[in-house]
Design a protein around this ligand. Structure first.
Ligand code: NAD
Length: 705
């Protein structure tokens, strides 16, 4: 018997406690112990009631996901059923969070007590699954069809008061879980109340409820990439139409079907990858972090405005520094109006808006940086401007202040040296719009001190970002991989593919936006300037046709959506095909001796866009730029619109199979030629393919200290 589950008696009332830090996840071991203790309750003739509760900071937050592939649905259901079948009243007393299997335990109990501040939900859908321990059947019985559809399909938790309104909770409390459960049990017994089994309730579904189910099913069936969506609705439908036991059987069957989908495997991979990405290898365990009470953003342009909002929203006092009053005023007005838009949509209260704005300290005076604990520069992407600024920051900022750059492409090591205090410097690469996009690439310079890196990771979480560490290289993880993708897009266009064909192939693969639309949105001038900068730095391949299309677009003033012409022509926001663009590609093909083809297969577009990107991911791992494969997947899913149901480029590579990717890369090396190394395959990928191993499972050998 483990100590994760204990049973104590107080005057005939059993106190069944789950205590498995940190979040009381239901491992198989916990479930088996619960089953044994429930059996003990059953045989105790003086038992009058049972209170289920948990120790630590929360009730049960779901199953232990590391065991999910081992089966166990039967074990889960046995526990729920045994709890529900007890013939004394069973009270579940919850605090913190009750998620997934945790809420299913509560639903299988006869009565529910909730701490006023707690939240509860069935988030399985976010992992491509459905609640497989009676959740779809019991929630529908307790809260009704519409609430069940909403809660299980979105996976979003609700607060205790809302749960009480929905019929999920009998009473709210401010007391500790055991005491509150005990008091409730005593009242029940005094009133002579007995068991009240959820499984015995029959669902009263109105015509409107049935219509809502049909509508939800039709919508969910269209979301073929996420099979759980439709299965959830089918289970809720079964709760209406079938007896409880049959509904449970269907739920179990569909749960297993979900478990076996690419979507669920991918989403679970991302769940673990995101957790792992937050960890920095080889850091001393109790490294003291630097405290960040006041920060500053330099440059109030597109990025600076978004970046500073993250800190304001988190209640951190922030200086915003600009070079001119007009630019500063415009930025402050833009920040307020972005918050106001959220207030209008009901996503933010006026009070929170005012509190955020009160944290903002706009200024033109560099001396305001002197007492800041963190300074993030978001000035023009120009090495001379940034090094001069870093040099001043090194002098103006107090000792111990962290100096960060939001550069997209420049060498963070050079910036660090310019500051004269490179241990305090790192890159914090936000993505546009910076107040919304979740990804934060944390760039560790050669000299960045471990506590600076660890502080940045913790801070990222405080401001609601998903941080991923990258080493220093051109473009870090994300933009470096984007480069090979953009390269092939330009070649395909010169060879005869249209922007529309490329975009539809890529969107068909699940990416949020095709590359041509994306470049038009970001501005072809921005993209071309980066290529030109690289050319100046001698960092481009010796290939005049390299990214020739984007450069030609820039030269022709076709800067994308903002000039109404780029890869497409724009009628308002509508992108239409443009014969002038086709003519430009024809002319470029002629100029560079590229043969045009009347038809390029969709499969070639997919392979030529995605496989070099995957190859680049393998190189990034080989070079130690990313700590682990999952980090790359998190970058692409959270920052670049890569579909979560494919798990990211590395996970997708394993789904496709490394040998077949290598075979196609070799094929393109043959047909395209490989004078510039575009098709040279990473040795890591070759080795893993030869050994039959997966790229996503690869981990670097721990280096000797
Ligand atoms: P921007 O041109 O919109 O804004 C730059 C601002 O910095 C301007 O308002 C300018 O007046 C101000 N500025 C310049 N020098 C200054 C100084 N010495 N002191 C104070 N303010 C100064 O540029 P942006 O798009 O916001 O980009 C800023 C940085 O963020 C660049 O390094 C860029 O590469 C990077 N970045 C941009 C994006 C993007 O999508 N735009 C994404 C990630 C990173």
């Amino acid at each position: 018997m483990t100590s994760f589950v204990t049973l104590e008696w107080q005057a005939g009332i059993g106190l069944l406690k789950i205590d498995r830090p940190p979040v009381n996840a239901l491992s198989h071991e916990v479930l088996r112990s619960l089953l044994e203790q429930i059996a003990a309750v059953k045989t105790n003739e003086s038992a009058r009631a049972l209170v289920l509760h948990a120790g630590g900071r929360t009730f049960v937050c779901g199953a232990d996901l590391t065991e999910i592939d081992e089966g166990g649905e039967d074990l889960f259901n046995s526990v729920m059923d045994a709890l529900e079948a007890l013939d004394i009243p069973v009270i579940c007393s919850m605090h913190g969070m009750a998620l997934g299997g945790g809420l299913e335990l509560a639903l299988a109990s006869h009565y529910r007590v909730a701490h006023r501040d707690m939240r509860m939900g069935l988030p399985e859908v976010m992992l491509g699954l459905l609640p497989g321990a009676g959740g779809t059947q019991r929630l529908t019985r307790l809260a009704g069809v519409r609430k069940a559809l909403d809660m299980i399909s979105t996976g979003k938790p609700i607060g205790a008061a809302q749960a009480q309104e929905a019929g999920l909770v009998d009473t709210l409390t401010d007391d500790a879980p055991a005491a509150a459960g005990l008091a409730f049990a005593q009242t029940l017994l005094a009133e002579g109340k007995g068991p009240r089994r959820t499984g015995e309730i029959s669902v009263e579904a109105s015509d409107d409820d049935r219509a809502a189910v049909n509508e939800a099913l039709q919508a969910a069936e269209k979301r073929t990439a996420y099979p759980a969506a439709a299965h959830i609705v089918r289970c809720i439908e079964a709760a209406i139409e079938r007896p409880f036991a049959e509904g449970q059987r269907l739920e179990r069957e569909l749960f297993r079907a979900c478990l076996d989908t690419e979507a669920s495997r991918s989403l679970r991979h991302l769940f673990f990858a995101e957790r792992e990405a937050a960890k920095i290898p080889n850091l001393p365990a109790k490294l003291p972090l630097r405290s960040i009470d006041r920060m500053a953003v330099i440059g109030a342009g597109t990025m600076g405005r978004g970046i500073v909002m993250n800190f304001l929203s988190a209640g951190i006092s922030a200086v915003l520094l600009e070079t001119g009053q007009e630019a500063l005023d415009a930025a402050v007005a833009a920040i307020r109006s972005t918050y106001e838009a959220s207030v209008k949509k009901g996503r933010l209260s006026q009070d929170k808006l005012e509190r955020a704005m009160a944290c903002l300290h706009p200024t033109l005076d560099e001396s305001a940086l002197a007492d800041c604990d963190l300074v993030i520069e978001a000035v023009f992407e120009n090495m001379a401007v940034k090094t001069a600024l870093m040099e001043r920051l090194g002098r103006v900022c107090k000792p111990g202040a962290i100096l960060a750059s939001n550069t997209s492409t420049l060498d963070v090591n050079v910036l660090a040296q310019a500051s004269g205090r490179p241990a305090d410097v790192l890159g914090l690469h936000f993505f546009s719009p910076a107040n919304i996009m979740k990804l934060l690439e944390v760039v560790r310079g050669d000299a960045t001190s471990p506590d600076v890196l660890a502080t940045a990771m913790a801070l990222a979480r405080t401001i609601g970002k998903v941080p991923v560490v990258s080493g220093v290289c051109y473009g870090f993880i994300g933009n470096r991989m984007l480069e090979s993708y953009a390269r092939e897009v330009d070649f395909l266009l010169m060879e005869g593919a249209s922007p529309r064909q490329i975009d539809s192939v890529i969107q068909g693969a699940g990416l949020a936006m095709g590359p041509c639309r994306m470049l038009d949105m970001a501005g072809t001038d921005v993209a071309a300037k980066i290529v030109l900068e690289q050319e100046k730095a001698g960092a481009l391949p010796d290939d005049p046709s390299y990214r020739a299309v984007v450069r030609a677009l820039f030269e022709a003033g076709r800067n994308g959506q903002k000039t109404q012409r780029g890869y497409y022509r724009y009628e308002g926001r509508n992108a239409v095909d443009d014969p002038e663009f086709t003519a430009l590609c024809e002319q470029l093909a002629k100029q560079h001796g590229i043969e045009r083809r009347s038809e390029i297969p969709d499969s070639e577009i997919f392979e030529r866009c995605m496989y070099p990107l995957i190859n680049e991911a393998a190189l990034i791992l080989e070079e130690g730029i990313a700590y682990r494969p999952g980090d790359i997947d998190v970058v692409w899913v959270r920052g670049y619109g890569f579909p979560d149901f494919r798990g990211g480029p590395v996970f997708m590579a394993d789904t496709i199979g490394l040998p077949s990717i290598i075979e196609r890369l070799e094929h393109y090396a043959r047909v395209q030629g490989n004078p510039h190394g575009y098709w040279t395959i990473s040795t890591l990928m070759q080795r893993l393919a030869a050994q039959g191993e997966r790229l996503s499972d690869w981990r670097p050998q721990p280096s000797n200290p």
